[in-house]
Design a protein around this ligand. Structure first.
Ligand code: NAP
Length: 226
């Protein structure tokens, strides 16, 4: 199995580049029969995922996905050492309004993006555990403000790992630059969500930048046409 990491090099951009990675079955389910997505794309998706993580400065994930998929902080062991070089492992940034952060993520190397109105006590507990809490926006998260804060920290390569609610929001506010979509060679039926969940229909034109079949799994990259 060969996947060329250079296909995933981040471009130079005037603000942090927001890449999302998602996997879907052929019939459009973002979940496998077991209710999570991790197993859908098999080894090729896993390898592409590792490459993308190894090139990212920050991994952004919705709290629903972190809870469903048992996320932990990202360590060098999870990454491709050659691609990572001597950079630190990317910071895991959890997106949450409730600040109900799984116990395994209440630790250093994790940051949280939330709103100004988020619970002050929960925030304090997280900060005492070494979690950086970034508050941007009153009712909803102010994404341009978040990306400015990322830029200040040198977090210019953003990898959003979903889930569908977070991806819907990134599309709604139109900060998504690239979608790396894996299409797994299976149809699963069932009530699984699409890769995007949102209440508003807002078309965002995309153009195909790359596609390759690896061991029967289709890996695609789509760029937002601006
Ligand atoms: N197919 C794939 O590639 C893929 C990828 C990832 C996940 N998934 C699957 O998707 C399912 C989870 O879906 P989901 O839609 O619940 O996932 P999600 O987007 O990861 O989580 C939703 C939660 O994240 C927080 N959140 C997301 N966007 C926010 C925003 N803009 N502002 C404030 N909070 C925000 C909220 O957390 P609080 O409730 O804490 O406020 C919200 O309840 C799981 O089954 C997972 O396996 C599939």
């Amino acid at each position: 199995m060969t996947i060329d990491p250079s296909a995933y090099a981040y471009p130079d951009a005037p603000r942090p580049w927001v890449r999302a990675t998602m996997v879907t079955s052929v019939d459009g389910s973002a979940q496998d029969a077991d209710g999570v997505s991790g197993s859908l794309g098999g080894e090729p998706d896993h390898r592409a995922f590792t490459i993308m993580r190894s090139l990212a400065h920050v991994v952004l994930v919705g709290a629903g996905t972190a809870r469903a998929e048992g996320y932990g902080p990202i360590t060098r062991r999870d990454l491709d050492a050659e691609l990572l070089g001597d950079r630190p492992a990317p910071t895991l940034v959890l997106v949450t309004r409730s600040l109900d952060v799984p116990a395994g993520l209440r630790t250093e190397g994790v940051a949280v993006v939330t709103t100004n109105g988020a619970d002050a006590e929960k925030s304090l507990v997280l900060e005492e555990a070494g979690v950086e809490v970034l508050r941007h926006g009153d009712d909803d998260i102010d994404w341009p403000g978040v990306l400015d804060a990322f830029s200040t920290r040198g977090w210019d390569h953003v990898l959003a790992e979903g889930g569908p609610t977070l991806l819907g929001e990134l599309l709604r506010v139109d900060v998504l630059d690239e979608l790396c979509l894996t299409i797994a060679p299976t149809a699963v039926g069932g009530p699984g969500p699409r890769i995007v969940t949102s209440s508003e229909t807002q078309p965002r034109p995309l153009e195909l930048a790359d596609s390759t079949v690896v061991d029967g799994v289709l890996l695609t990259r789509w760029l937002r046409v601006r």
